[in-house]
Design a protein around this ligand. Structure first.
Ligand code: UD1
Length: 436
């Protein structure tokens, strides 16, 4: 089984360049099939979720080319009336964007229900409610395939019962090719909602208000080809900022949009780090003891739920007691048992974690329970003096491009191994380095 072997204890120092945003790329790649023209997308991260989605798009007849590592061209003119379904597509959350894209373009979608990280129930009732309001008939087959069909889609006034990134994006896609005006109230405001709106507008859609609570979409007859570059990944950037803090490092994160990082930068300042920003970079310097604080995860512009495990790891190294409340998902503390193997003192009660900070973690062998928690365990391991092992790293590779390579470039000692022999050789290399 693949694992990371981490020899912690070094302060991370240097520069890390952030890749394109995974969650924006998933939505934008799905939306690329909504025109018969060719679409070129740049700054697509090279992570496994993206490979799964592009294979799914190809499997229903789109022509997908991948001329360079971060560039895809997609032509959806020959899409066939086939279900989007295989074992892999059921494993990623972003597959549900194929429903909005296919329903908008062909007025017919059959897509296997989404999987993704097991961090709560994650229903898609708000997506389905939105499609129905646009005039679609929607049912879920016992096999787990969502079938959405419509003679015609028409604009509608939709009030989301809760703030959902996925439902906002899905409805925006379908409504772009509906007749008339759609208004989404209580819309999600995440940077990738705005990125998808900008992308669709560059294809001729007429979407206004993305980034606010109310999004207004005037349906158009057809969309046309475009060339578009994805925004940088807010959560990847935040993860490296927290890795810098946990290792008392000095790291400059480049290719970021500092505005998207405000809630994360503000928390790091409360925790005692120095943060400086330029147009597209943020430097994090951490010296001395970290301070405790309280955090509640919220939809954007609040502190992101996808940074919750990382902030718990960091506060476990602070000088006092902190409370972290999960405000988005109902079951996002499963990784705490793993972190406690490193000696973390965390008590979970429902959606709240109480963290008693301490000087340092002790190395341990752990298992990544999901994508972001996996990255957080790596941060904990990087901070702990000695050798830790983390398995189930396929979760981490769903969303972090070149994670070990980028960490090594700033002084992290982390090696990915795929067999017992590779593990022994990695341990020899890390131990030899320690002696010399
Ligand atoms: C997206 C992100 C994920 C991130 C999350 C919140 C992708 C592929 N994933 O997930 O990384 O953690 O946003 O920022 O972009 N809900 C319902 N009914 C629905 C939809 C959602 O009850 O129809 C609930 C969810 O269970 C959750 C909350 O609403 O408790 C927010 O979910 P949502 O914003 O939809 O998250 P995702 O789009 O699944």
């Amino acid at each position: 089984m693949e694992q990371y072997i981490v020899k912690g204890g070094n302060s991370l120092v240097g520069e890390v360049e952030i890749s394109g945003a995974k969650n924006a790329a998933l939505a934008i790649l799905a939306a690329s099939i909504m025109t018969d023209d060719t679409v070129t997308i740049e700054n697509v991260p090279d992570v496994s979720d993206i490979r799964v989605l592009t294979q799914a798009i190809e499997s229903i007849g789109a022509v997908v080319e991948h001329p360079q590592r971060h560039v895809y061209t997609i032509n959806g003119s020959q899409i066939l009336d086939l279900p989007v379904d295989n074992e892999l597509i059921r494993s990623i959350r972003g597959s549900y964007y194929m429903i909005g894209a296919l329903l908008g373009k062909h007025k017919n979608a059959q897509v296997a229900l989404p999987g993704g990280c097991a961090i709560g129930l994650r229903p898609i009732d708000q997506h389905l409610k939105g499609f129905k309001a646009l005039g679609a008939e929607v049912r879920v087959k016992p096999s787990g395939i969502v079938v959405a069909t419509a003679k015609n889609l028409h604009g509608a006034h939709i009030y989301m019962d809760l703030v959902s990134v996925g439902a906002t994006i899905n409805v925006m896609m379908a409504a772009s090719l509906a007749k008339g005006i759609t208004i989404i109230e209580n819309a999600a405001k995440e940077p990738h909602v705005v990125d998808l709106a900008n992308f669709l507008n560059s294809m001729g859609a007429r979407i206004r208000g993305a980034g606010t609570d109310v999004i207004r979409i005037k349906g158009v007859e057809r969309l046309h080809g475009t060339e578009y570059a994805i925004i940088p990944d807010q959560i990847e950037a935040g993860t490296y900022m927290f890795a810098a803090a946990a290792t008392r490092g000095d790291v400059t994160i480049t290719n970021v949009i500092p505005k998207h990082m405000e809630s994360i930068s503000a928390k790091l300042k409360e925790i005692g780090c120095q943060i400086s920003e330029s147009d597209d970079a943020i430097r994090v310097v951490a010296t001395g003891r970290l301070q405790p604080t309280n955090v509640k995860t919220m939809p954007y512009p609040g502190f992101p739920t996808d940074m919750q495990p990382q902030v718990v790891v960091l506060l476990g190294l602070s000088n006092g007691t902190s409370i972290v409340t999960e405000g988005v998902f109902e079951n996002r503390f499963r990784y705490v048992d793993e972190l406690m193997k490193m000696g973390a003192k965390v008590t979970v009660e429902g959606r709240t974690a109480i963290i008693d900070g301490q000087d340092a973690y002790t190395p341990a062998t752990m298992s990544a329970p999901d994508l972001r928690a996996g990255a957080a365990l790596v941060i904990a391991a990087l901070s702990a003096d000695g050798i830790s092992k983390i398995d189930n790293i396929h979760y981490v590779e769903r969303g972090y491009e070149d994670f070990p390579e980028k960490l090594r470039a700033i002084g992290g000692e982390i090696i990915k191994t795929a067999s017992k022999e590779e593990e022994s050789s990695a341990l020899r290399r890390l131990n030899l380095k320690a002696i010399s």
